[in-house]
Design a protein around this ligand. Structure first.
Ligand code: BT5
Length: 259
C-alpha cells in the first residue's frame, strides 16, 4: 500500500483529500487535527502502521505494519444529518459489514459498532467529535480492520476474541479493495442515515438479538437481559429478568452472550 495504489483504487469515489502515512501514532489524532483546519468532507487519513492506535476509553488498538487497514474519515454533517450524529458508528459498522458481504462473509455487529465474523472481532470503530462551542462541527470515524492474521495482537489481553480476514477467507484480500468497498458502501448509505430503513438494517445485523446477553457498564455489576433492538438514537434496548425495559446509551459497556 502506498499513496499511488490508494489514489488508483479510490479514484471512482467522491472523497475529500487523502493523507497517507507509512507509520503514524493514530490516524484519528491526525484526522482530528486536520478537521480543525481545512479538511473537506470525506477526507481520509490512512496509515500502514499505527504506533499508538486507540480504541474506546483510550484502550490500545494494535496495527502492525502491512497487516491491516487503519484509517479515519472526516465527516462534516449536513444540517439534516446533525440530528442523527449518534448513528454514525452504526453507519461505519454497516459499511464494513457490506464490504464483507462482497467477500461472501456473513457478519454481525456487536453493539454499538464492532464487526464480528463467526463470533470474533474482525473490525473496530472509534467515532470522535470536533466541537465548535456546544455543537459538533464534524466527526472523525476511525476504523481498524484485521486483514492478515499477524494483525491480531498476541501481546495484550484481548477484550473479546479477535479474527482476521485471512483466517476467515483462507487468504488475505487486497487492502485497497477492502478499503474501497467500505468507503463506497459508507458513501451510499450516508444519505439514508436518518431513515427507519437505516435503523432497521443496523438492528438486523446486531449480534445476539433476541438472546440473553450480559452487559456491564464501567464500575457497575453485570446485568443479564434479553437483547431486543435499538432506539431511534442507536441506544440498545433490552429487557431484564423481571421483564423491565432497560436502555443502554453509548458509553463504555462490555457486551457478550450470557453464559
Ligand atoms: C475499538 O475499540 O474497537 C475501536 C478501534 C478503532 C481503531 C481505529 S484504527 C484507525 C483509527 N485510529 C485509531 O487510533 N483508532 C481507530 P474497543 O471496543 O475499545 O476495543 C479495544 C480493544 O480491542 C483492546 O482493549 C483490545 O482488547 C482489542 N484489540 C486491540 N487491537 C485489536 C485488533 N487489532 N483486533 C482485535 N482486537 C483488538
Amino acid at each position: 500500500m502506498n499513496e499511488h495504489t490508494l489514489h488508483k483504487a479510490l479514484s471512482d469515489l467522491s472523497l475529500g483529500k487523502l493523507r497517507y502515512y507509512g507509520s503514524i501514532g493514530s490516524t484519528n489524532d491526525e484526522a482530528l487535527a486536520w478537521a480543525t483546519e481545512s479538511a473537506p468532507d470525506l477526507s481520509l487519513v490512512i496509515a500502514d502502521e499505527q504506533t499508538t492506535g486507540r480504541g474506546r476509553l483510550n484502550r490500545k488498538w494494535l496495527t502492525p505494519p502491512g497487516t491491516a487497514l487503519a484509517f479515519s474519515l472526516i465527516l462534516r454533517p449536513s444540517a439534516a444529518d446533525r440530528v442523527h450524529l449518534s448513528r454514525t458508528g452504526g453507519l461505519a459498522a454497516l459499511a464494513i459489514a457490506e464490504s464483507l458481504r462482497k467477500l461472501h462473509l456473513a457478519s454481525q455487529i456487536k453493539w454499538p459498532n464492532d464487526v464480528l465474523v463467526h463470533g470474533r472481532k474482525i473490525a473496530g470503530v472509534l467515532v470522535e467529535s470536533v466541537w465548535s462551542g456546544e455543537n459538533i462541527d464534524c466527526q472523525v470515524v476511525g476504523m481498524g480492520v484485521n486483514i492478515r492474521k499477524e494483525a491480531i495482537p498476541y501481546q495484550v489481553v484481548l477484550q473479546f476474541p479477535a479474527a482476521s480476514l485471512e483466517e476467515a477467507l483462507g487468504s488475505a484480500p487486497e487492502r485497497e479493495e477492502v478499503l474501497h468497498d467500505i468507503l463506497s458502501a459508507l458513501i451510499e448509505l450516508r444519505p439514508k442515515l436518518g431513515t427507519d430503513e437505516f435503523l432497521k438494517a443496523w438492528e438486523e445485523k446486531l449480534a445476539w438479538r433476541g438472546e440473553q446477553v450480559q452487559i456491564q457498564a464501567l464500575d457497575e455489576p453485570p446485568l443479564t437481559a434479553k437483547l431486543l433492538g435499538l432506539d431511534s438514537d442507536g441506544s440498545l434496548r433490552l429487557r431484564d429478568e423481571h421483564g423491565n425495559p432497560v436502555t443502554v446509551r453509548f458509553g463504555d459497556v462490555s457486551l457478550r452472550p450470557a453464559a
